[in-house]
Design a protein around this ligand. Sequence first.
Ligand code: MRU
Length: 329
Amino acid sequence: MKVKGKHYRTVWLKGKSVFMIEQNLLPFKFRIYEAKTYKDTCRAIKTMIVRGAGAIGAAAGFAMAQACLAKADPAKAKKEIEATRPTARNLFYAVERVFYASDPIAEAQKIADEDAESCQQIGQIGAKLIKKGARIETHCNAGWLAFVDYGSALSPIYAARDGGKNVFVYVDETRPRSQGARLTAWELKNENVPHVIIPDNAGASLMSQGRIDLVIVGADRIAANGDVANKIGTLEKAICAKAFGIPFYVAAPTSTFDPGCRTGKNIPIEERSADEVLYQSGRDASGAIKKVLVCSPGSPALNPAFDVTPAEYITGIITEKGIWKPQKK
Ligand code: MRU
């Protein structure tokens, strides 16, 4: 995707370094971060400089390749990389592939290229589900920032826009890290797609008023039975969509499917720091970035990063190979 006329991938390997768009600084600053070693790349994944299923996958594959280039103990490096984020299936998929490859650099590059190609294909397939003038709700950021390029949930929206369909997007803010308000809104604005940021708790009301035609979200891991782990809050949107008869689609490349997880109950759910709930950071009137406490001082917070939406709530899963409709129970 282009930023100020220049094409960027979200994450790429050049020489021995992994370069990535520094997502923690968006939407206030656009900066590229250089991870010189596999340990730097691990840190970048853990601290969410790079985030989103496909982008984490590509970064993890590159980290494994960096470890091989540096002649680090591959088994130890694999463990370290895998310990960074537990839920995103793409991370494990990429690390495994690079670990067993005869040419780790070429394999890591191939994974990144495949991610971009799959997402482009998801856009073409998913756009057929979108009618002219459709009003679409999305959760978190499953755009090009979350993948190597194009995105999963946003890719059909970009393709529909390119096809002249005049779509409008309701962007869930997605507390606590606000990937919707900060990243999806920034992407859509950058792409000139009409949109509005809504509070996380506004979806049901808008659906009840007939203001949402379709929901499309991404996925971090998909179990064999079609249950989907995605950013916390997704489950509520799926339940509401079903209650109001609104199609609820998940968009994800097949690299997000985990045949090793029979159902959603087998998907490990990452729990993140309470500070992400208790504090918010943003830009003040002087332009300075500040972190402030937004909760009652001294109260604890619970921060599960993902939830699992049972297959029965999902209208279909848009992949690069077509749309899969999990068996309804
Ligand atoms: O914790 P994050 O920001 O890495 O969360 C992952 C996600 O971006 C979302 O859950 C997304 O909807 C699916 S991954 C494209």
